[in-house]
Design a protein around this ligand. Sequence first.
Ligand code: CP
Length: 360
Amino acid sequence: MRHLIDPTDLTVEETGQIIALAEDIIADRAKYSQVCRGKKLATLFYEPSTRTRLSFTSAMLELGGEVIGFSDAASSSVSKGETVADTVRVIRCFADIIAMRHFKEGAPLVASQYAGIPVINAGDGSHAHPTQTLTDLLTIKREKGRFDHLTIGFCGDLKFGRTVHSLIKALSRYQGIKVFLISPQELRLPDYMLREMSAGSGLEFREVHTLEEAMPELDILYMTRVQKERFLDQEEFDRVKDSFVLDPDKLKTAREDMIVLHPLPRVNEIARAVDNDPRAAYFRQVENGKFVRMALILTLLRWAGENRPFERTPVFGEPFLVDGPVCSNPRCISVSEDVDRLARRSDDGACRCAYCETIL
Ligand code: CP
């Protein structure tokens, strides 16, 4: 059974096929209007969402399928203490495919072990957001025409930004990618990712502390929100919340063909005055999210019918059981639910929690 838990669960070739299918759907929507007739998508959202949940819903409806689920864990039996494993063993009786968003890192991986139907990670804590990555890649393809030889600036909350983590991982598999990491010290990319990038991921990267240092070189500026909900300490949030604001003045040194992406929602990190600049691609990006989720649902359901095996890009080895210390990440599902303690060995030799990638 194939799932999408991490962007590297898809090979580069498979990713390209899903992007190409999304482009075909855009070109001829009528052709796909009944292809999921009789199929149901369950959207299990334990955390708030506007774009991801509604674009999954809209995607399934446009494919002729139906949608069930919850948008608030409080209205489900999760509030009575039901585990992720038991929840998905129930949902598999009612649906053909699951999209899960959870505040615990690794929850969709747990779900994939018990569901018996394809599970899509719709965002797990600060860890990963692979369908946002597919959205970003489709947008990059449509706006820039390529995935290779691009310079991308990631700006804002690189520590908790799951969209940043997933997109960097996906881009590390293409040629000639240069990355500027633009963040305050407190919101630097997590150590496990910096280690991975330094250990020969193929990405060239540079850390800077101002937008101005990177702006003239960028093909893409990827802005992110400082996420209040991820901070355990309010004072730390207050210190960094206004670190970077993109306004028309800052765009003056940017290339004419640069694009500005943002996974949204935004708070104040992009001034409203930027919205009318043709380089502002973040609302076009939202619509791409629906088309690429249509392509993903269709692909995973087809693969489930064929029982297609994984051809995993070897970023991580296969998971194995561990008998050592528990994961030190308080946001990891393995800390709060009774799950198998799984680890993976990554290319840099480190043993990582399979659920959240924290080095054990
Ligand atoms: N980009 C994104 O995941 O948005 P939502 O939180 O609204 O789903």
